[in-house]
Design a protein around this ligand. Structure first.
Ligand code: GLC
Length: 420
């Protein structure tokens, strides 16, 4: 039997480049799909960002072609590599290399880059004569690939190709990509059920064009159909509910394994949890927190933004002065929130360490030593930190929203909040 071919299109993927949870998912889901059986041929395609890590990999230049933008040719180069048996393509070209960050501070640059990349990913498949059965794109950045497959249904190569669109975060819709889409030949759609503005944006177009929409948790699939989480698209998503599914993300237990994690001073598993105390003492010493074994060490490992509720935690902790707790905060993002974190540390020295940077190694040490992981997210499509925390023996304390609701069991009843 001919294997089912899946082209997985994403803006980031671990270990090449990772900014957030999407990078973890795009770096592990293709393997999980592959593991389902030999009758699946999964390939990953990502942009060749300036920050892509390629040490130890052999890159082969696979093909070159041009895309048309307002009648002008824009060259694209495709590189190929194989990572632990997964074929991976990296696409380069001026719109990608011209942008220093994966998510550019200039949204127009992102609009240009991701429209180019999404269309180049499809053109690549044609050049390689590798016709996918399913194109699986993720979030607004790669949404144009979904819309384009639908537009190309008259083309023998694309005819009958199905699309899956995963929504990791509906809040980001790519409004600044409008002009780029038109320049690369993707006109606004006409769909009376969608708000007019959404007909011009990649997110709206992909929701309309996709054969299947997958939200990254069952609760989020429901939430995006409500005014609170739907960002104006809830009515449309309600009307489309037959094609909306929620599938919870997972983490790769071989990559997140406290029994083998080299970042940890003391490795452990569920039978040797006492070892964690060494990690905790080590972290307290490293960050000049008073060594108090009995005081719970709280942790937050997060992007500093409104979604994540960092402000809620910072403000609340100020009020909890009668209990002995300590906190270590790791992350970067919104400048005002970073300042608030620094201020809290200054006000509560030896109790709070605010580490304002991206540090993958330290994050592992925090998971492997903290007692409680705080996730007061205002909304959380899925969330991965709570899963890692549970794997590393840190108890997640979270707001019952989205994927947090679907993955954290209530300690009093032992059942998921949704089952209660
Ligand atoms: C986004 C969401 C997060 C989710 C991740 C991976 O970052 O905000 O909740 O876990 O995507 O799907």
């Amino acid at each position: 039997m001919k294997p089912l071919r899946i082209l997985f299109v994403a803006s980031e993927a671990d270990p090449f480049v990772k900014v957030g949870g999407l990078g973890d998912v795009a770096g592990s889901l293709p393997y999980a799909l592959q593991a389902l059986g030999a009758d699946l041929d999964v390939r990953l395609v990502i942009p060749f960002h300036a920050s892509t890590r390629t040490e130890g990999l052999t890159l082969v230049r696979e093909t070159v072609f041009t895309l048309l933008r307002d009648g002008r040719e824009v060259p694209a180069q495709v590189f190929y590599t194989d990572v632990k048996g997964l074929p991976v393509y990296l696409i380069s070209g001026a719109p990608v290399t011209g942008s220093l960050k994966v998510y550019d501070p200039n949204p127009l640059a992102d609009g240009e880059k991701y429209t180019f990349f999404s269309l180049a990913a499809l053109e690549m498949a044609r050049r390689l004569d590798w016709r996918p059965d399913i194109v699986h794109a993720n979030d607004w950045h790669t949404a144009a690939a979904i819309y384009q497959v639908r537009r190309m249904q008259h083309d023998p190569f694309w005819k009958g190709v199905k699309t899956v669109f995963s929504v990791h975060n509906l809040g980001y819709m790519g409004p600044e990509a409008e002009n780029a889409l038109v320049s690369y030949g993707l006109p606004p759609i006409h769909e009376p059920l969608l708000p007019e503005w959404a007909c011009r944006q990649p997110m709206g177009q992909a929701l309309w064009a996709a054969d299947e929409i997958v939200a990254v948790s069952p609760s989020y699939a429901e939430e995006i159909q409500t005014p609170e989480y739907g960002y104006g698209l809830e009515k449309y998503l309600q009307a489309q509910r037959a094609k909306v599914t929620g599938i919870v993300n997972g983490i790769d237990y071989s990559l997140w394994d406290p029994a083998r994690d080299k970042a940890l001073e003391a490795t452990f598993d569920s039978t040797s949890l006492a070892e964690r105390a060494k990690n905790k003492a080590n972290l307290q010493a490293q960050f000049a927190l008073t060594e108090m074994p009995e005081a719970p060490l709280l942790a937050m490992i997060t992007r500093f933004d409104f979604q994540k509720g960092v402000d809620i935690a910072l403000n609340s902790l100020r009020m909890v002065t009668d209990l002995s707790w300590q906190l270590i905060l790791l992350g970067t993002g919104n400048a005002a929130l970073e300042d608030a974190a620094r201020k809290l540390e200054a006000d509560f020295p030896h109790r709070i360490a605010s580490v304002i940077r991206f540090d993958a190694r330290l994050s592992r040490q925090i998971y492997g030593s903290s007692d409680i992981l705080l996730m007061p997210s205002r909304y959380e499509p899925c969330g991965l930190a709570q899963m890692i925390a549970m794997r590393y023996g840190s108890v997640p304390l979270a707001r019952a929203t989205g994927g947090l609701r679907d993955t954290i069991a209530d300690s009093r009843t032992g059942v998921l909040v949704t089952d209660a």
